[in-house]
Design a protein around this ligand. Structure first.
Ligand code: NAD
Length: 292
């Protein structure tokens, strides 16, 4: 089996270069500099890393960025007030509220408070509804990044069986919708599996394309994967590793070393879906700034 390791780093670099060129062109034409804000509530290490990476990516493509840091004990009311301010800030094109939020804050309420015009993470009910109806909208950043990956590598999808593991609102569920759409990448027969699915292995063994967003380290093993499959690993887990400078290394939801030899295509962790999520966020922000 000829194996291709999908490089989210390479694909996202290409997308970011295209965005940077477009920004330069737009500014030369007198258009505004795209501006993205990220709201971070609390002190979670992983969330801080993700938000910092997003802010850094903005700088790299010539966007303006703002980081709004709020204390772990911030009330839901205070956060909703902050969102209102961001909704009304005329210079700001889009913003995200980094999830997960502290337990005392209702994520649904927060997601719904974000103006659909600035919803560059694509989590608002209006964005998700439009996606379902094939109307132009901000697609959720991670599924959108996976779609871009499949496109970049010309991975055939039409008539294929795509199995998605996990039904979260931000990854699994929208992913299943996008893979079933009447377009490329899409036109798959999709099976969405979740915590109540019976005989998961029987189902994953039928997958031509297996998209894993279960949030359990190295859950998918070689005996769950068909020969020649495409495997996309969405999971990110920090595992303590004393040999690393920062004390940890990243692994995914897929046991990469044993699964990869069976695959036609596989996305690694790190360097797979993660950078694509950021590239999609930038793409959505550029769109938001143009269609203001
Ligand atoms: P989540 O934790 O919200 O949901 C996990 C899903 O897995 C649930 O829908 C659940 O029903 C399902 N599940 C649990 N046990 C199962 C089982 N035994 N069989 C089948 N399904 C089962 O997940 P999420 O927010 O989609 O995140 C998944 C992973 O992806 C996490 O590791 C997260 O950190 C990572 N993630 C990465 C990115 C990125 O940019 N790379 C973005 C978002 C999430």
């Amino acid at each position: 089996m000829n194996l291709t390791i999908i490089s989210g780093i390479e694909v996202s670099k290409k997308i970011k270069e295209e965005i940077a060129a477009q920004v330069k062109l737009n500014i030369a034409k007198g258009m505004k500099t795209p501006h993205l804000a990220a709201v971070l509530v609390g002190d979670d290490g992983a969330s801080k890393t993700y938000v910092n990476a997003k802010v850094k990516a903005c700088e790299a493509v010539g966007f303006k960025s703002t980081l709004v840091k709020l204390d772990e004990n911030t009330t839901e009311e205070k956060l909703l007030e902050e969102i209102k301010k961001l909704n009304n800030d005329t210079d700001l094109d889009g913003f995200i509220v980094q999830l997960p939020l502290p337990k005392h804050i209702n994520e649904q309420k927060v997601t719904q408070a974000i103006s659909p015009l600035k919803d560059v993470d694509g989590f608002h009910p209006e964005s998700l509804g439009k996606m379902l109806l094939d109307l132009p909208s901000f697609l959720p950043a991670t599924p959108m990044g996976i779609i871009e990956m499949l496109k970049h590598y010309n991975i055939p999808t039409e008539g294929k069986h795509c199995v998605v593991i996990g039904r979260s609102h931000i990854v699994g569920s929208p992913m299943s919708v996008l893979m079933a759409r009447n377009s490329y990448p899409g036109n798959c027969t999709v099976t969405l599996t979740h915590s109540r699915t019976k005989n998961l292995q029987e189902i994953t063994l039928q997958a031509d394309i297996l998209i894993v967003a279960i949030g359990k380290p190295e859950f998918v093993t070689a005996n769950m994967v068909k020969d020649g499959a495409t495997v996309i690993d969405v999971g990110i887990h920090r595992i303590e590793d004393a040999t690393k400078k920062n004390g940890f290394r990243l692994i995914g939801d897929v046991k990469f070393d044993e699964v990869a030899p069976k695959c036609a295509f596989i996305s690694p962790v790190p360097g797979g879906v993660g950078p694509m999520t950021i590239a999609s966020l930038l793409k959505n922000t550029l769109l938001a700034s143009i269609h203001k």
